[in-house]
Design a protein. Structure first.
Lengths: 274, 294
């Protein structure tokens, strides 16, 4: 009994210390964002701000078009997310609930294409965007994120669990195929749709490589492009960099904290294929 | 009539947008990329010549390409055991019916939802020579401070540590789900046989987690092979090319040197490597263990 208690205590100690290590970068950033320019460069460093201030947050907005970057990030995250959730759930439903010529081949092609690492396609993809005149446009930023193999796959798995009788009953009642999708499949797959929405949104919000290639004007910059640039320009003002970073992270962190269940489900789904 | 027609056509209408948008950014560029790799195209002029296998021949003597390959492999070879061990240990700890499992899961997963560009910037400050918290801790321990990201000996290792921090959370969740899926009856049987904790772990847990470990290894390898953002933001591939990974090299060749054809050839090689590694992982680690009767 004694050893059991000790073991339990040790488990907590281990979990909490690892948790602390994981949180250090966030704590460092948040605490630093409230420090003055002088305090943040001090050595040895202080942890709790001696003279906490909100001035850094205000200053970020006056020194760079932060609002613009926010807006760009929101546009290039929200629009592709809505479209991806639509296209992936429709495709997942199509693959799960219909038999049609070419189904096996097309589905196999999608699974096989998942093997191609994203950076492998980046050179030709940029070439295509360049030829199509999509460099430095919102369309260029958005167009690569309008569908998702993970999403198609996940929605297919979910749709497979819905009984065919339900769809047939709707058909007898005179529903069109799209009506079935809209009135039966969509409501029944809500948890999967939520998971897909959150995953897609986070992915879009955080994307870096493609925006880096396709955007080179300040007008179209997203947060992921702006923060490293800002860091380069204001390398003697980490307090400002921390404040900007904290604001860039906040939306996804909030989304995650309030929707954890869906995150966990999504990861587990990706781990339990077949 | 209309009814039958719409049933026939409906599946195609449903799958078309999703499939097209997906293949447009994967399959089609991949095919174009293979074609490009046989040309000397630079993006400045619309003209190009077919050069056959010359790009691939040149790779054989390209020392920076070879350095980038070896950097990528070194990065992967440190990252994979780090991620597997850390995430498995955390999952085992969390699986002991502790309280606050949701809280710990949140904390461990947090890095995964952080934009990589922002995480890179914060880690640069952690590794900072003068004001970084790492050097502060190092000094407390009585060791000499280092210029972590500007030293060829420590730069890649610093990126590995950050890589483990990034991906431990999601893999831990995958392990946790797998652990919770192991039937209690195996452990009960082992208890009757008098097996200790280590034996239960060695002969039940570990073998049954094998498919999960395979999955974690494959996804971590994929992640390591495509690592780019940290290298671009934190080290620019340096110092002395010590963090030039293969994707960073592709990026540099294509968009700084504007040698699109050559970059496409490197991409094709990266793809081939991915295929080979996945196949080898599958072959040697993929033999799943099942103690079920079927």
């Amino acid at each position: 009994m004694q050893t059991r208690h000790i073991l339990k205590a040790l488990t907590y100690v281990a979990l909490i210390s690892v948790g602390f290590v994981m949180l250090i970068p966030f704590l460092w950033m948040v605490l630093g964002s409230f420090k003055t320019a002088r305090e943040v460069m001090k050595f040895p460093p202080t942890f709790i701000p001696e003279d906490p201030t909100l001035a850094n947050y205000k200053e970020v907005f006056s020194r760079l078009s932060f609002g613009r970057y926010y807006l760009n990030t929101i546009i290039t995250s929200v629009i592709p997310t809505i479209i991806t959730v639509m296209t992936a759930s429709m495709a997942g439903f199509g693959f799960a609930k219909y038999r049609f010529a070419g189904r096996g081949v097309i589905f196999w092609l999608i699974l096989a294409t998942m093997m191609i690492p994203y950076p492998v396609t980046i050179v030709p993809l940029y070439t295509m965007a360049y030829r199509a005149g999509l460099v430095n446009t919102y369309t260029g930023l958005i167009i690569v994120n309008l569908s998702s193999a993970f999403g198609i796959f996940m929605m297919r798995q979910f749709c497979l669990t819905i009984p065919n009788d339900l769809l047939d009953a709707a058909r007898i009642d005179g529903s069109s195929e799209f009506g079935i999708f809209y009135r039966i499949i969509m409501p029944l797959t809500k948890p999967a749709l939520a998971t897909l929405t959150i995953f897609t949104f986070t992915g879009n919000w955080n994307s870096y490589m493609w925006p880096l290639l396709v955007v080179n004007t300040d007008r179209l910059r997203t947060l992921s492009l702006a923060i490293p640039l800002f860091n380069g320009q204001y390398s003697s003002f980490p307090n400002l960099v921390y404040a900007a970073s904290a604001m860039a992270i906040l939306p996804v962190v909030m989304l995650f904290i309030f929707n954890q269940r869906y995150f966990t489900e999504g990861i587990t789904m990706s781990g339990l294929k077949e | 009539m209309w009814y039958r027609f719409q049933r026939k056509i409906a599946p195609y209408v449903f799958i078309l947008p999703g499939v097209l948008f997906y293949l447009m950014v994967t399959f089609i560029p991949a095919a174009i990329g293979i074609g490009l790799s046989f040309t000397n195209w630079s993006i400045i002029t619309p003209k190009f010549d077919w050069v056959g296998l010359r790009n691939y021949e040149r790779l054989l003597t390209d020392t920076l390409f070879q350095t980038s390959l070896s950097n990528t492999f070194r990065y992967a070879l440190w990252l994979i055991p780090g991620v597997v061990i850390c995430s498995l240990l955390l999952a085992l700890l969390l699986n002991t019916k502790v309280r606050g499992i949701t809280f710990f899961r949140t904390v461990y997963y947090l890095p995964m939802v952080t934009p990589i560009a922002v995480a890179s910037v914060i880690w640069m400050w952690i590794y900072d020579r003068r004001t970084g918290i790492l050097n502060y801790i190092v000094r407390l321990l009585g060791m000499p401070p280092r210029n972590w990201l500007n030293n060829p000996d420590t730069a890649l290792g610093s990126l590995v540590v950050m890589g483990i921090w990034l991906s431990v959370g999601s893999n831990m969740i995958i392990y946790l789900a797998a652990l919770q899926g192991i039937s209690r009856s195996y452990y009960e049987a082992a208890d009757i046989d008098g097996a200790g904790y280590w034996q239960r772990f060695r002969y039940i847990t570990l073998p049954l987690l094998r498919p999960t470990t395979l999955f974690v290894i494959i996804t971590t390898t994929m992640g390591a092979l495509r690592a780019f953002s940290q290298m671009n933001i934190m080290t620019q591939g340096g110092p002395l090319d010590s963090t030039t990974t293969i994707v960073f090299y592709i990026f540099k060749t294509a968009f700084t040197d504007l040698r699109m054809g050559y970059a496409a050839a490197v991409s094709v090689v990266l793809f081939a490597i991915t295929l080979v590694i996945t196949f080898v992982d599958w072959k040697f680690l993929g033999k799943g263990v099942s103690y079920d009767a079927d």
